[in-house]
Ligand binder design. Structure first.
Ligand code: AMP
Length: 621
């Protein structure tokens, strides 16, 4: 096991420590921070003004890409090619986001409900990982310009509720940006560290982190003991924030001007101008407690502090309901909470602070900039990892990722590099062929996307799976890594109960230099690895779609016209040709076209089947 730092009681390490940067990769804005003279500091752009980088990407051509403030300006003028809120898509399948797909102004596609979403910009397809990688690259560039030297190591924050797939996606995005992601840290943990809470070992403390941004609300209840943060519960609303206050102000203005919202849908520019004015009014009135009065074309835009308070209160109440639920889930009451930390731009509103403080019956921590606090905490965590903070004992971690081979020779990481040891993780798999009774489990170590570039640790065969159609068996693979670096891999088919396991010494025969080389290699090849993975995944998805199209044709012959059958077969033929090639965008585009064509036909088939079964019922009855 590699110790990544030592407890240094006396002074500093001899050589200059590596600079590790802290990054808050946010839904709306992102920031990068570093330690400067013992204090975390968010880094400003070239113009020396803003620390926030809007998490927005604009493509004018496939290669001409703008990120941040410049891209934000295109949100209104070129929405189809301007990507925002990509964090909401990280590690998500189309199935996960179906309910809020309309929220996005750009095209999200996926033919297979269960595979990860892709974003279509013109004729190119991007994964959320690639897009987040672009934002991270811009942040890396910003800090390199500011300090005048290259950086390659980072700590990146994620919401406490992010699952393994979302965390892995964030790591991969970092790798694409040329960053070795030393740690993925929960945002509420980072916020606590920024306030210095949890750094010194002391008695267990319980912390509530209240994070109200522009579009999302999160409450996290943490417990800290001996420098270890544990998330006791999380709650929130992924569509609640300052934007809702702005919208409520606009609704109020419509009301006092006796207008309905058709004036907004008819005039997109007016609606954008009103949105900006409402935000300005909110900020001004909430801070000064004076009335706001302005005229915008035929609109009389005014709001008193009392009215604003009424609107804010309705949002605040909803957040308090989430806090109550989070406390309940953690089995705590407000009296158990030692600290309340405020995060997110909307916590600047004094009424929000008051409501939260009254609820928890405690003063809230609000001295740091609520937009920067998470990035500042990430920089503190980075500093701890660099071994610059005295008296902090770091835990053992896994130096390389551990995973198994999946279809197409891809590496599927189960325990990511830098996980704390002992570690336990598992994932469910299934078969890819009808009637498959054996499954080979090959275990690999390393950071590359294709197993052929990683190190094979061992393999075994799970035998005796009862024959079932492909996709039906549920095979759970568990990795357990103990403190001595012994990895136990267990595979179990849940329907039949058959199981098999092996034990492997994960570090056996691997020197520090070899590990460092494997790591460097993965960063160097991140882009080509990602391209290969995307191609293999697109092929895989296309093959599934070819199979399901054949099945669809077979089962619905009688309700399709000859013309429709012919067209589907043509599309399938195009797809078969595309699959043989190397162009993943072409495969995706052909799948998209086939999907657009067959969706209404599938609905027709469904209606037909329902009608049939209803008829059947009547006969039975
Ligand atoms: P975040 O997503 O954390 O960057 O938060 C952005 C939200 O904070 C937006 O809805 C802003 O309008 C809001 N915000 C920023 N500053 C203030 C302020 N002084 N008063 C009220 N809301 C603010």
């Amino acid at each position: 096991m590699a110790k990544i730092s030592i407890n240094i009681k006396e002074g500093k390490v001899a050589q200059e420590a590596d600079l590790i940067i802290g990054i808050d990769l946010g839904t709306t804005n992102s920031l990068v921070a570093v330690m400067e003279n013992g204090h975390p500091k968010a880094v400003k752009g070239k113009d020396g003004k803003n620390t926030l980088v809007p998490s927005i990407i604009h493509f004018s051509t496939a290669t001409d890409v703008l990120i941040g403030d410049d891209a934000k300006e295109k949100l209104v003028s070129d929405p189809q090619n301007t990507i925002y809120s990509v964090k909401r898509l990280m590690g998500k399948s189309y199935h996960d986001i179906e309910s809020f797909e309309k929220y996005f102004g750009y095209k999200i596609i996926d033919e297979d409900q269960d595979s990860l979403v892709k974003i279509r910009v013109k004729d190119k397809f991007y994964s959320p990982i690639e897009l987040s990688g672009m934002i991270l690259k811009a942040l890396k560039h910003r800090i390199e310009q500011s300090i005048g030297k290259p950086v390659s190591k980072a700590v990146i924050t994620v919401p406490a509720y992010f699952n393994d797939a979302q965390r892995q996606a964030t790591r991969d995005a970092g790798k694409l940006a040329g960053l070795d992601v030393l740690r993925i840290v929960n945002e509420p943990t980072a916020a606590s560290l920024a306030y210095g809470i949890g750094i010194a070992p002391e008695a267990a403390q319980k912390i509530a982190v209240y994070d109200l941004g522009g579009g999302t609300f999160d409450i996290s209840i943490l417990q800290i003991q001996d420098g270890i943060f544990e998330v006791l519960s999380t709650n929130g609303n992924t569509f609640l924030g300052g934007d809702d206050i702005d919208r409520a102000i606009i609704d109020y203005w419509l009301e006092i001007n006796n207008l309905d919202d058709s004036v907004l849908s008819d005039d997109k520019n007016l609606s954008q101008e009103l949105r900006l004015l409402a935000e300005e009014a909110k900020k001004m009135v909430s801070l000064s407690q004076n009335s706001f009065k302005r005229k915008l074309k035929f609109f009389n835009c005014q709001i008193s502090p009392e009215k604003l308070n009424e609107l804010v209160l309705s949002i605040a109440k909803q957040t308090i309901d989430c806090c109550k639920q989070a406390l309940k889930d953690a089995g705590l009451s407000t009296a158990d909470i030692d600290h309340v930390i405020m995060v997110g731009g909307s916590t600047r509103i004094p009424l929000i602070k008051k409501v939260v403080s009254d609820f928890f019956q405690k003063e809230v921590h609000d001295k740091l900039d609520p937009d920067e606090v998470v990035a500042l905490g990430a920089a503190v965590q980075a500093d701890i990892l660099a071994g610059n903070q005295k008296d902090i004992l770091l835990l053992d971690i896994t130096p390389l990722s551990l995973g198994i081979e999946t279809i197409g020779g891809l590496m599927d990481t189960i325990i990511p590099r830098n996980s704390k040891v002992p570690a336990k993780a598992g994932r469910q798999y299934t078969t890819s062929v009808d009637g498959q009774t054996n499954l080979k489990v090959s275990v690999f170590q390393g950071e590359r996307d294709l197993v052929q570039h990683n190190r094979k640790l061992g393999e075994f065969i799970l035998r005796g799976i009862p024959p079932m159609p492909a996709g039906i068996p549920k095979i759970e693979i568990h990795f357990i890594l103990d403190a001595d670096g012994i990895l136990t891999v267990k595979a179990k088919e849940l329907r039949s109960g058959v199981e098999q396991k092996i034990e492997i010494r994960s570090q056996y025969g691997l020197s520090e230099e070899e590990m460092a080389m494997m790591l460097l290699d993965s960063i160097e090849h991140a882009q080509s690895d990602m391209d290969t993975r995307a191609l293999l995944e697109a092929r895989n998805e296309a093959n599934n779609i070819i199979l399901s199209s054949d099945k669809f044709l077979e089962q619905n012959k009688e309700i399709l016209s000859e013309e429709e059958i012919k067209t589907i077969l043509e599309y399938v033929d195009h797809l078969k040709t595309a699959v043989k090639g190397e162009n993943k965008d072409l495969i995706n585009k052909t799948m998209d076209e086939l999907n657009v064509y067959t969706t209404p036909l599938a609905h027709r088939a469904l209606d037909h089947n329902i009608a049939d079964s209803l008829k059947g019922k009547k006969v039975d009855g």
